[in-house]
Design a protein around this ligand. Sequence first.
Ligand SMILES: [Zn+2]
Length: 341
Amino acid sequence: MGISEKIEELSKKADEKDRERARENIKKILTYLEDYDVEGLEELLSEIKDLSKSDLYKKLIIAVTTKDKFELDADYLEKLEKLLRRRMLKIAFDNLRMGGFLTFIFTDSVITFKDILTLYTFIESVYYMNLDRPANWDDTLNVNFSGLDERLIFALDDFDTVNFDDLPEPTPEYFQKLRKVRWNKKAKKLYEKLTRLMLETQDLVCEHTGFTVWNSNYAPTEDVFIQVLSACSAVNDGRVEIEAEDVIRAYKTFFKLIKTNVTKYKAIPERIKWLEKQNGYLVCHDCGGYYQLQPGESPDDFSDTCECGGELKYYEDIDWLLEKKEDSKSEEVINKNSKAT
Ligand SMILES: [Zn+2]
């Protein structure tokens, strides 16, 4: 037996040991949860069991941990960021703590701005998971402007049946409440047990793939997604304390979401109107010539000099220029008329 075969055999034994350990841990957690009296827990546990037997979880884990799922033109990305800042994320940014290590130590805020960003990472991943081709610009728009974020935040596991127009507007007050949300003891314990159970399940479904779940960013992403939705469930119900039922509802949402082909949620036309407008114009002040930038074009793609030798400048709109041209045209007409007389 060569060295490589020997190593392979050893690692198979290690895998076998890991699997055994995972199964034992799962059993322990399940025994503990049996005595837990929360509505909906039983169904949830059977969902988790089913998940461990299907390919779905592996697919999701791969999608979440794939980097650069949506490759973007830098110019588009800039515009997209500008717009996102104006909407939900802007409100979240203004009203939540930033998140990170220091927040963790010095505050007991459950939900930070970083957590809201993770929610978007998760939505992106679930969208990406359902594509059987590389993502394109339309996909980027769909992910960001379909309102699926609002469906999840405000309707949770009813995200697919709720009437979009019935959802409330995201407000500063909403995120201020979200900032105040705390765990109650029973909910925290349940959350800890369930995240542990999911981690063991991740280990089971990823066996022999060479993928080490424990070192990856998958589990934290899923956990934060559950935390954010648990907190939203509490706030939607007028509370600032997360109860065990909120955790169950968050997981129910998670399971429904990963089984839904979310590519059906298309960008809402009125939310992407800005795309048509913002291309802008290059204007030459010497000859009055102008060029309208096409989608995907940036002023940086062009030289600063007009064909006439004048300097080209960038403007978002040229209504002023067109008006000026109209005026000078009528002046011309007047001049001609005066000459004729
Ligand atoms: Zn010119």
